[in-house]
Design a protein around this ligand. Structure first.
Ligand SMILES: [Zn+2]
Ligand SMILES: [Zn+2]
Length: 382
């Protein structure tokens, strides 16, 4: 066992000192060497332990007189020391309770300056779902939205306290909202039961907000939606969320933007796709058609003679704007060919006549297809 420093020396007091002096000396040293103030410092930790042990003995008149007579031996090898350890740790709780408010008060001040305590909670973030049309995404727009939120109470300026009064620092936790309880040598933190973690007690709550420091409100905001915005975009409006609690900072408002599916255009980034069915005769003979684009203009698309199903035409610069740039995507026209239905007798005759005078040159794909397929599978079975 290591040599123990004299308990009076440890606490820096005279042998004749009274309880008041003893307690004051202990408080001063305990605060100085508290592990919270000296994180990771093993020397301070050992010192803190020594201080606790010395005070534990000297504050008890019986133990103190035993120590005065026998020194450290009084608490070793069963000389009343059997239960000492257990005693020591349980009494550490008392010691903590005793000096706690003061110590934590000191810490609370610094934390509060950081704006993160004293019950000043940051307001919640809000989510607002907004659906816009593809045309609106194309042009961009300013949307007027109404958001149910909370604002700082104008009567108490967010403090929650009645006019002319101020919230008091919670006496239990000294303002930090958390209290410590000793668990052996270590201590654990929990939410302060007196103030529920707020760090402050409002004796006279503000009549308008009931002590919350904020009031519900429907807020009208105008949100600028840039041209070219994509489906699923999240727009953050900093500080437009709920007001903080008791003067804490406001949360943010997030606008979740979705772009409604369009009747005619599918979007892929900045490009647009449009399926256009044309008649069999237009596809065969050639021709043209007109499409209206998102800017409201009309674009004529030329169909060359012999256009096949699935052919894609590109109309440059008629897609979506590229976000925050002057560039434009393209519009892709995908051709489908409609087979004529509900034929009249005359149409049927003409088509039959057309069929009779057709050659393999008119339809090279279908003519060659079946013979190639047959050859392919016969070749495999050999
Ligand atoms: Zn408290
Ligand atoms: Zn108020």
């Amino acid at each position: 066992m290591s040599v123990k420093v004299d308990y009076y020396e440890t606490l820096g007091v005279a042998k004749t000192c009274d309880d008041k002096v003893l307690k004051a000396a202990f408080r001063k040293l305990a605060m100085q060497y508290h592990p919270d103030k000296n994180p990771g410092d093993a020397v301070a930790e050992a010192k803190f332990k020594e201080i606790g042990e010395a005070y534990e003995v000297l504050k008890d008149p019986q133990k103190r007189s035993a120590y005065d007579r026998y020194g450290h031996a009084a608490f070793q090898n069963g000389g009343g020391g059997g239960g000492f350890r257990g005693d020591f740790s349980s009494s550490m709780a008392d010691i903590f309770d005793d000096i706690f408010g003061e110590m934590m008060g000191g810490r609370g001040q610094t934390r509060r300056q950081g704006g993160n305590s004293g019950g000043r909670e940051r307001g919640s973030d809000l989510r607002y779902n907004m659906e816009i049309s593809l045309e609106e995404a194309y042009l961009g727009k300013t949307a007027e939205i109404s958001v149910p939120t909370t604002i700082q109470c104008d009567v108490c300026n967010g403090s929650g306290a009645k006019a002319g009064t101020a919230p008091r620092t919670c006496p239990t936790c000294g303002g930090i909202g958390r209290v410590r309880a000793a668990q052996g040598f270590f201590s654990i933190e929990r939410t302060c039961p007196t103030c529920q973690g707020r760090g402050e007690i409002i004796a006279d709550p503000c009549g308008k907000c009931g002590g919350e420091g904020r009031l519900p409100e429907e807020r009208n905001l105008s949100v600028s939606i840039p041209a070219g915005i994509e489906d699923g975009t999240r727009i953050r409006l900093a500080g437009e969320g709920e007001a903080g609690l008791r003067g804490g900072p406001a949360g943010d408002l997030y606008i979740f933007l979705s772009v409604k599916p369009h009747e005619f255009f599918q979007r892929d980034g900045a490009d647009l796709f449009c399926k256009v069915p044309i008649s069999m005769t237009t596809a065969a003979l050639g021709g043209s058609f007109e499409v209206t684009t998102l800017d409201g203009a009309k674009t004529r698309v030329k169909v060359p003679e012999g256009t096949q199903f699935g052919k894609q035409f590109r109309v440059k610069g008629k897609g979506m704007p590229v976000l925050r740039s002057a560039q434009m995507g393209d519009l892709f026209i995908q051709i489908s060919i409609e087979t004529p239905q509900s034929l009249s007798r005359r149409q049927r005759e003409l088509l039959q006549e057309f069929e009779e005078i057709s050659s393999s040159e008119n339809s090279p794909q279908s003519t060659g297809f079946f013979s190639r397929m047959k050859e392919f599978f016969e070749g495999l079975s050999d």
